[in-house]
Design a protein around this ligand. Structure first.
Ligand code: FRU
Length: 448
């Protein structure tokens, strides 16, 4: 098979185009709708439309016509990220209209509305929050990614913004009719340490997610240049203040950004990439994938994630010391009790291997021998040769799930996640598990 024919089996891509953020995630009239930032005509970012797919089971996705194209004077340079809600028997999309003007601070980002009765073809309703809707001191060129939600019959939305003399902020707005929006407050009331916040998302069970673009890093290291944070806490809908009770990374991998949760379901999907990364779009003829859908919930004060994949078990065995298997697509579940040693090698072939290892109080994903070859963009850590770490909790039982598809692995341990793209050899499909534990049950399932 030529490289250009390879595609993930069950992860959402833009076919032969480019995709970035998931948008407008909604469970509407019995089906899951996913929209996404999409350039249908190129393998690079530009001409941003909203692509659209739907699913009954969150594993098989059916392509729908493009929902939004940048064809109005207020969104002519891109229909940027946004969200969806069901209201008055229609599916509404609120998104950011982008116009470049003369670039830099002359560009404008304003919030626009579209709606649909059938959830497939959309009618635009124009601008609902323009630059005048921004409080004093915030920049009209960095005001984007509205995430809408309903509370007691009123509509609210959180929007990312930036202070003229500062950094990223999140603002809360309120509306009674979807068209007129009133500014309520600034969630944190202070600068965050990212140059800009993107794609904020608030869930009423007390979860705030946001992506941080360009944060201060040591020695110019790219590892955590952009990140996604998740906070537990409560948003006071009268003042707009968010009172955080906890904060943690949303994912410990390299390839995870701009996640959004569904309206009508506690499920999250992220963009399985990151700005500033080298990409292999020329080689594979496409660019960008979304993560697998993940159930998101709070347990003992922590926000946890669990993958949702429709799959059936094909192998189930107790592993004493070691075990080998073959597969590059599917899900591996491992139930471990009191592990002393754990090395799971994936996508193995000759001297190629991608290893997931327990090292004391940390899990390590080691891609140094994964066989990925990225063009050198002058940043040492922005390449396939990466090692990522995720803290291991102190519980004796570990539940591991590894979701594997062409070009990616997503690892979950007791609800924490580590997501990585993996552009390894197409034929590398060896699996090896070496373990020392009180017990270890290995189950592998295939997508159905
Ligand atoms: C996040 C982001 C959003 C913006 C969109 C543009 O990845 O930068 O802030 O709306 O992508 O495609």
């Amino acid at each position: 098979m030529s490289d250009k024919d390879l595609r993930p089996l069950f992860h959402i891509t833009g076919g032969n185009g480019w995709i970035n953020d998931p948008n407008g995630l909604i469970y509407y009239r019995g089906r899951y709708h996913v929209f996404f930032q999409y350039n249908p005509n190129d393998i690079k970012w530009g001409n941003i439309c909203w692509g659209h797919v739907v699913s009954d089971d969150l594993t098989h996705w059916e392509k729908m016509p493009i929902a939004l194209v940048p064809d109005k004077d207020y969104d002519k340079d891109g229909c940027f990220s946004g969200s969806a809600i069901e209201w008055d028997n229609r599916l509404w999309l609120i998104y950011t209209g982008y116009t470049v003007n003369n670039g830099g601070q002359t560009s404008r980002q304003i919030q626009c509305l579209a709606s649909s009765a059938d959830g497939i073809s959309f009618e635009k309703h124009g601008v609902v929050i323009d630059s005048y809707g921004l409080p004093d001191g915030y920049m009209p060129c960095d005001f984007r990614d509205p995430k809408i939600f309903l509370h007691c019959g009123r509509l609210y939305c959180v929007i990312a913004a930036r202070k003229a003399d500062g950094r990223g902020h999140i603002l809360l707005y309120r509306s009674d009719d979807m068209f007129k929006w009133e500014f309520i407050g600034d969630l944190f009331g202070r600068d965050c340490d990212g140059l800009m916040i993107e794609c904020p998302d608030y869930r009423e069970e007390g979860i705030l997610l946001f992506s941080k673009l360009v944060q201060q890093t040591e020695n110019g290291c790219m590892d955590d240049y952009h990140t996604v944070r998740m906070c537990t806490g409560t948003l006071d809908l009268m003042t707009g203040r968010f009172d955080a009770t906890g904060e943690a990374p949303c994912d410990y991998g390299f390839d995870f950004y701009a996640p959004q949760t569904f309206s009508g379901a506690n499920i999250l999907i992220g963009w399985m990439s990151m700005w500033s990364r080298s990409v292999l779009n020329e080689r594979y003829g496409f660019c960008g994938m979304l993560t697998v859908p993940r159930k998101i919930y709070i347990e003992n004060g922590s926000i946890l994630q669990e993958p949702i994949v429709s799959a059936v078990d094909v192998v189930r065995t107790e592993v004493k010391n070691s075990f080998t298997d073959r597969a590059k697509i599917g899900v591996i579940d491992i139930e471990l009790k009191n592990p002393e040693k754990f090395i799971l090698s994936l996508r193995k072939k000759e001297n190629i291997t991608t290893d997931f290892i327990l090292d004391g109080s940390e899990w390590i994903l080691d891609k140094r021998r994964s066989g990925e070859v990225f063009p050198d963009n002058g940043k040492e850590t922005d390449s396939g040769a990466v090692v990522r770490r995720m803290p291991s909790d102190s519980s004796e039982n570990k539940r591991i799930a590894v979701v594997m598809d062409e070009f990616s692995i997503e690892i979950f341990v007791n609800g924490k996640s580590l997501t990585s793209t993996l552009f390894t050899d197409e034929d590398a499909d060896g699996i090896e598990l070496v373990v020392k534990a009180d017990s270890c049950i290995y189950t592998r399932s295939e997508i159905v």
